[in-house]
Design a protein around this ligand. Structure first.
Ligand code: SAH
Length: 380
């Protein structure tokens, strides 16, 4: 028998709008176990979800209509693929196939890297749905294998494990992806459109790419006609891949330099070198233990340093992937950073997540990526 938990009338609106999460402190007493399907009720609204014993999110909601079956999962996968149909067969073969809450499949992410895909379950409770999702994907697109990435490494869910390293394509550029050890599932796929934007702005400019990882923004800038690119990251293996990626795309290595350094220290080092375009794409600066306030301070400091490396008339392309920082707050701290650096700045471009990272209209929490391009001017 399916267990029903009554959440009380206060949550009626959230449940009827299709919000995908129920927090643990909204649940009545119960004895549900991890991975159990259950029904939640709030006033006149009801929905079906999967339970987790650990974590702040106790229930991930999938449907208001009934218990999801194989066909239901196949329909969600079909909707997800439909949204990405323009990417399929374009100059891009690495993108997010399924974006959890964004695609109505909370807790599950599947990324495509050419003929291979990597799936990730964000809680033990949702692991059981990997199988119907992967089956639906494998029957809809031509994949050699889908693997699950967990702390233990990659486990095959369908077909073959990927080779240790893959070369994928993004807007006609080649990128290296290590699905076993790379950060995220291999690449930061969410910055694809923003890398293309940087390519468009880079012509004739010297570029400083802060937090370069394996060089996605660096090769995009070179493809856009940057005169030189400096990639800075604390990870030497990532920079080694950045150098290889520059070669792989046939660019003159003399146009690319790498610096292994902590970006905060690098910016504080007192160098007076200025660039026509500075890219700044840090990892999330908010941690569970760190307050949102501390994250805002870190963004302000970082962007102040980044602004100070832009030549007059140059550009700063700056990003934040911290969900706790709203687009308004990010704009505000970036403006404060410009003021502290004694510069004027104009926003000339603003963006968020690409199409393969959709945000449900009733779930603004799903919007995490912010991206601003600013022109930097001397005080008038
Ligand atoms: N811009 C990249 C993604 C950046 S991810 C892309 O488009 O693919 C963040 C990167 O910052 C990682 O490569 C990580 O190694 C690096 N990093 C994290 N903290 C750092 C620090 N304090 N100094 C320098 N690099 C750092």
């Amino acid at each position: 028998m399916l267990r029903t938990l009554n959440l009380g009338k206060d949550l009626e609106k959230a449940v009827s709008s299709g919000h995908p999460w129920v927090y643990r402190d909204s649940l009545p007493r119960h004895s549900a176990t991890t991975g159990e399907w259950l029904r939640v009720e709030a006033g006149k609204a009801s929905a079906y979800g999967l339970y987790d014993e650990e974590g702040a999110i106790a229930v991930r909601i999938f449907s208001s209509e009934g218990l999801p079956d194989k066909r239901w999962f196949a329909e969600r996968v079909e909707e997800a693929l439909e949204l990405r149909s323009d990417l399929i067969g374009s100059g891009t073969d690495a993108y997010r196939l399924v974006y959890g809450e964004g695609d109505g499949l909370p807790g599950v992410v599947v990324d495509r890297y050419g003929r291979y895909a990597v799936a990730k379950a964000y809680s033990p409770g949702v692991r059981s749905i990997l199988s119907p999702i992967v089956k639906a994907l494998a029957s809809a697109i031509d994949l050699r294998g889908v693997s699950e990435r967990s702390a233990a490494g990659l486990e095959p869910l369908y077909g073959q494990l990927p080779p240790p390293e893959l070369t994928v394509e993004e807007n006609g550029l080649r990128l290296l992806a290590n699905l076993y050890e790379g950060q995220k599932t291999g690449l930061f796929l969410d910055q694809r459109d923003n890398r293309a934007t940087v390519r468009g702005f880079a012509g004739g400019r010297s570029v400083l790419n802060l937090f370069s990882y394996n060089g996605g923004f660096s090769v995009s800038a070179l493809a856009g006609g940057a005169t030189s690119v400096v990639s800075v990251d604390m990870s030497e293996p990532a920079l080694e891949d950045a150098r290889r990626t520059v070669r792989l795309n046939g660019f003159d290595q003399a146009r690319h330099e790498t610096v292994t350094a902590d970006v905060f220290e690098y910016l504080a080092s007192g160098s007076t070198d200025r660039y026509g375009l500075v890219v700044c794409d840090p990892p999330s600066l908010a941690h569970a233990k760190r307050s949102r306030h501390a994250a805002l301070r870190a963004y302000r400091k970082l962007n102040r340093g980044a602004f100070s490396r832009v030549e007059p008339g140059g550009l700063l392309a700056t990003s934040s992937c911290t969900a706790q920082v709203s687009p308004e707050e990010f704009r505000r701290v970036v403006a404060e950073a410009a003021a502290e650096a004694g510069l004027r700045a104009q926003i000339v471009h603003e963006a968020g997540q690409p199409l393969d990272h959709p945000v449900p209209a009733h779930f603004p929490e799903g919007r995490y990526l912010k991206f601003l391009v600013l022109r930097v001017l001397e005080p008038a």
